[in-house]
Design a protein around this ligand. Structure first.
Ligand code: C5P
Length: 230
């Protein structure tokens, strides 16, 4: 029985404009991926981590993540696939082959490098409590509009019933495998599981688990570190 975290980090992340894959972009000298993997281990309940790296950067990613392995906990790095979902599926298959006693799988974006360890633990605890799929969420603070192809508003969904979704998303290992084998499409792993008809449960996320996508996000992360808040 064990928890394995999959980290799809094979995207180029060009919106950051750094010239290296986003996972390797440093914040205060430490790559996002290293911060993300550290946070997973700091939760105290993740045994192994499997990283899907850009195919051209597997060796570099292995070098930067190797020091994070600890007694009983490995970091495996493999080449990711063409799409995010391919990277997750490759990492999942690797995890179930290499660590066959895995019963809980997390999927965590390297770009959410400052996710507090207590959020990771809350997700794992909820899966262990019997929920097959668990996602950390935050309330929506902006009003959201649905628009048509011309940009004309067609609806204003009730904001109180909406949530923004973060990672890590946690799953019973067999449920996630079934979702990936079903050939479905969704923008996140919980979306795949949802399409199987499996209930997806939420736990509170945290503002620090923001996805670092733009140079502005990176500047916010640097500022949080300087301010000692992350
Ligand atoms: O591009 P986007 O921000 O949606 O990517 C989300 C995550 O999926 C990123 O961490 C990225 O590295 C990862 N990804 C991947 N394999 C791909 C494309 C994206 O692991 N082929």
């Amino acid at each position: 029985m064990g928890v394995v975290a999959l980290v799809p980090a094979a995207g180029r992340g060009e919106r950051l404009g750094y010239g290296v894959p986003k996972a390797l972009v440093p914040v205060d000298g430490v790559p996002l991926l290293v911060r993300a993997v550290r946070g997973l281990f700091e939760a105290g309940c993740v045994r192994h981590v499997v990283v899907a790296a850009p195919p051209s950067d597997v060796d570099t990613v292995r070098t930067v993540t190797a020091p994070l392995a600890h007694a009983g906990g490995a970091v495996h790095v493999l080449a990711g696939g063409a799409e995010r979902s391919d990277s997750v599926r490759l990492a999942l298959e690797h995890a179930l082959r290499e660590f066959p006693d895995t019963d809980v799988v997390l999927v965590h974006d390297a770009a959410r490098a400052f996710t507090p360890p207590h959020v990771v633990k809350a997700v794992v605890d909820a899966v262990r409590a019997g929920h097959p799929a668990v996602i950390p969420v935050l309330p929506v603070t902006d009003t959201v509009k649905q628009v048509d192809a011309d940009g004309v508003v067609v609806a204003t969904p009730d904001r109180s019933a909406l949530r923004v979704v973060q990672t890590p998303q946690g799953f019973d290992a067999r449920t996630l495998l079934r979702a990936h084998e079903a050939g479905l499409h969704a923008t996140d792993d919980a979306g795949l599981v949802e399409r199987l008809g499996v209930p997806v449960t939420t736990v509170p996320g945290h503002p620090d688990a923001m996805k670092i996508t733009t140079p502005f996000d990176l500047a916010v992360a640097e500022a949080l570190l300087v301010g000692g808040q992350a």
